[in-house]
Structure formats: C-alpha cells, structure tokens
Design a protein around this ligand. Structure first.
Ligand SMILES: Cc1cc2nc3c(=O)[nH]c(=O)nc-3n(C[C@H](O)[C@H](O)[C@H](O)COP(=O)(O)OP(=O)(O)OC[C@H]3O[C@@H](n4cnc5c(N)ncnc54)[C@H](O)[C@@H]3O)c2cc1C
Length: 397
C-alpha cells in the first residue's frame, strides 16, 4: 500500500494549488455569502484549467481519477479544508451520483445528466431519507413511484437532500415494487429539479449557514411525472445501487476526515508550542502531551484502516466490514482530535479566527450521515459473530 511516485506528485500539485489559491481565501469562503459563491466559481474555473478536476471518476467517465488508493492519498489534502472538494469538483453528493450514473446509467442518461455534472455545469442531489420514518433502516421508506401511461408518478416527502437548492436534478429512492421483499421494493429515478410538483426548502443545520451546495433540503414530490426512461438501473435495484454508491462514498468521507484530523492535529501542536501558561509552553503539560500522543496514534490507525479498505475496493474485493469499521471509528477520532485541538486553543478555538470552530461544528454530522455509528457497529459485530459462530475466525482479513 505504498504511494506511487505519480500519486505522490499529484498530491503535491493539489497541495500547491490549495496553498496558493484556496487557504488564503478560507475565511471569505466560510462566510457563504454572494461574494463567497463568486469566489468559489472562480476557483473552480482555475482548478479545471489546471487539470485538477473530478479526481474521483475514471477518465472514461470524464474524470481524472487513478483508482481508489490514489484518491485516498489525494483526499487527505483536499479534505483539510471543507471548500476544496467543491473547488476540485469532487463534492458530495455529486461525486456519488456521478459514480452511479457512470455505473448504471444508459448512454442517454450519461449524456444528459452525467456529462454536465462532471463538467461542473450542473449540480445534483440524492433524495433518500424521509422525515417520518427511520433513515437508519431505509427498508421502511414510503415515497412511491407508480408507472402510469409511460411516466413515473412520484409522491412523497424527503429531507436532508443535501445540495438540492439550485441543483439541476436529483436521484430519488422510491417504492416501485410494494409487494416485493424489503430490499427489492425500491428503485432509483432521476428527477429534474424543475419538474412540476417538486418543491425544495432548505433546512439550516449545525455547522452550515447553508447556500446552494451546503444546504440540506426538505423536498416534496406531489404527482411529479417523469418519463419511464428516467429509471436508473433496473426496477427494484434501488438498494443495490445505493450500496454501490454509499460504500465508496463512506470511504470518500473518511478520506476527507483524515485531512481534517491532520490539520486539527497540526494546529494543536503549533499552539501547544507557542502558548505559555504556568511558567512554560502548553506543550510541556502532561495532559497536552497525552492528547498529542493519543491523537497521533488514532489518526495513524484511521489512515491505515482507510488505505486497507481502499486497497480492497481497488481489487474489487468485498470491503463491507472494512467500510463500516472505519466509518464509525474515524467519526469518533475526528470528533476527539478536533475537540482536543480546540481545547488547546482556549477561547480562540471557538471564534471565526480559527478554522477549528467551523471544523468542530461540521464534524458532528459525521456520526449520523451515511449511516449512524450504532448501525455501522451493528454491521461489524453481526459479521464477526456470524463468522465466529461458523468457525471462520473473525470474518475478515
Ligand atoms: C449532514 C448530513 C447530510 C445528509 N445528506 C443526505 C443526503 O444527501 N441524502 C439523503 O437521503 N440523506 C442524507 N442525510 C440523512 C442521513 O443519511 C440520515 O440522517 C441517517 O441515515 C440517519 O437517519 P435518521 O436521521 O432518520 O435517523 P433515525 O433512523 O431516526 O435514527 C436515529 C438514531 O437512532 C439510533 N439508531 C438507529 N438505528 C440503531 C440501531 N440499530 N442500534 C442502535 N441505535 C440505533 C442512532 O443513534 C441514530 O442516530 C444526511 C444527514 C446529515 C446529518
């Protein structure tokens, strides 16, 4: 799992771009106002012109990707700053939507929906979670789609459709096969955001002022009609496609969190060395030293677990347990490391003068989105116990 020279050079290129163009504008971007939107558009144009664009997708899908492992290394750089994923056009949920359109879309769907996404001319959302039933257990989702006179007619209410405000289209999970077994009841359907009967309302959440990309939206579908050809993949394959999307998507999140952890860690070390209290630098206090040592161990454990999962995905091996393991473990480490770094900064850590306040608020969602911690722990322990009971050791390599 060593980094190839090519992957290492590419990481240096992304780092240089971020140092020159993105870090100096972080405070302005954090304001999420009109000026920040314009700035982001200009940075995207510059990144695209530099060829640092859509690194999550392979060239045949229009991206510049070189496999999952290489992307893991790159994302440690991109993840250091929340806005960088938007600058390089590899942001959630567009990244995951791009991947499933590439894997399951027809040629026509790819031309109409995937191409503008990869080019950065359109944004999208993924509409699965609903306010009235558990998102952790999506077998109970209720939004329905009925094939009527050659159209899907969709009715239901979703929320937490990230980025829906200003998006061109969404991919909606809807019940199309109500009589099938729970995991074959749903399909994925592409819905233009301006279709009659679609209403989108942003719901502000902790950590985001919420503009366009960073909105989390309630989306209502009332007798929305889209052509039968907007079905993505097969009827009843919604879950299977969601798993294809969410598995690598979870690893994408963790890769970016590694960048956040590493940055918080570096801020903690720098502050501990420069700030003096009780006759010496904070770096000489045992508690702070423990935080630094524990954080270093935990970050490195996350890094190795992430690379292990990425390596298995690249080799097309089953990585379900590895993905769940790293999803809940890394969310814990992310929160702990940012919290320790913030504490070492004292009151400064809570202000907008430090990136830590923004990072702290954004990190909380990591325990919930793409499956709550408890569900991922359940997946891991179930698999281990099954393997143990059947005498297969602990069930994964
Ligand atoms: C920032 C953010 C972005 C998101 N973006 C999207 C998006 O783009 N599209 C989309 O469709 N959804 C999105 N979501 C929604 C997300 O996927 C759901 O919130 C998540 O799946 C949990 O569903 P829920 O909120 O309905 O929680 P519930 O299912 O109501 O669960 C509530 C709590 O119950 C506990 N729990 C659940 N199951 C178990 C169990 N088996 N054992 C023990 N405890 C359990 C957990 O603590 C859990 O947090 C986003 C969420 C966030 C926070």
């Amino acid at each position: 799992m060593t980094v190839t020279a090519k992957a290492s050079d590419l990481r240096t290129e992304y780092r240089s771009f971020m140092e020159e163009h993105v870090y100096p504008r972080e405070e302005a971007l954090n304001r999420e106002d009109d000026a920040a939107q314009e700035l982001l558009a200009a940075l995207r144009a510059r990144a695209k012109a530099a060829g640092l664009w859509a690194p999550h997708l392979p060239p045949e899908a229009g991206g510049s990707g070189r496999g999952f492992l290489s992307y893991a290394h790159l994302n440690e750089e991109i993840g250091r700053l929340l806005w960088a994923q938007y600058v390089f056009n590899c942001q959630a949920p567009d990244a995951g939507n791009g991947e499933i359109l590439h894997l399951f879309g027809t040629d026509e769907q790819k031309a109409r929906w995937l191409a503008p996404l990869v080019d950065g001319d359109a944004r999208s959302f993924f509409s699965m979670t609903e306010p009235d039933v558990s998102g952790a257990d999506p077998t109970g989702l209720r939004t329905s789609a009925v094939l009527t006179d050659g159209d899907w007619v969709i009715n239901g209410q979703k929320w937490f459709s990230s980025g829906a405000e200003g998006a061109a289209f969404g991919i909606v999970m809807a019940v199309t096969e109500p009589d099938s077994e729970p995991r074959r009841r749903m399909s994925q359907i592409i819905v233009p955001a301006d279709a009659a009967g679609v209403t989108i309302e942003a719901v502000p959440i902790l950590g985001h002022r919420g503009r366009g990309w960073t909105t989390h939206c309630e989306v209502t579908y009332t007798d929305v009609r889209v052509p039968a050809a907007n079905l993505l993949g097969e009827r009843g394959a919604g879950f299977l496609i969601a798993q294809k999307r969410l598995g690598p998507g979870r690893i994408h999140h963790v890769m970016r969190w590694l960048g956040q952890m590493q940055r918080a860690f570096e801020l903690m070390c720098a502050r501990a060395l420069e700030r003096e209290a009780f006759g010496g630098p904070l770096a000489e206090k045992q508690t702070v030293q423990n935080w630094i040592a524990d954080s270093a161990a935990e970050i490195q454990a996350c890094r190795l677990l992430t690379l292990d999962a990425a390596h298995k995905i690249d080799e097309a091996r089953d990585a379900r347990v590895e993905i769940s393991l790293i999803k809940f473990y890394a969310a814990d480490v992310l929160s702990r490391v940012i919290d320790r770094a913030l504490q070492v900064h004292g009151a400064l850590g809570l202000t907008d003068r430090s990136p830590l306040s923004h990072m702290y608020a954004a990190a909380r969602g990591a325990h919930i989105y793409d499956g709550p911690d408890e569900v991922h722990r359940m997946v891991v322990s179930r698999r281990i116990l099954q393997a143990f009971a059947s005498g297969d050791g602990w069930g994964f390599e």
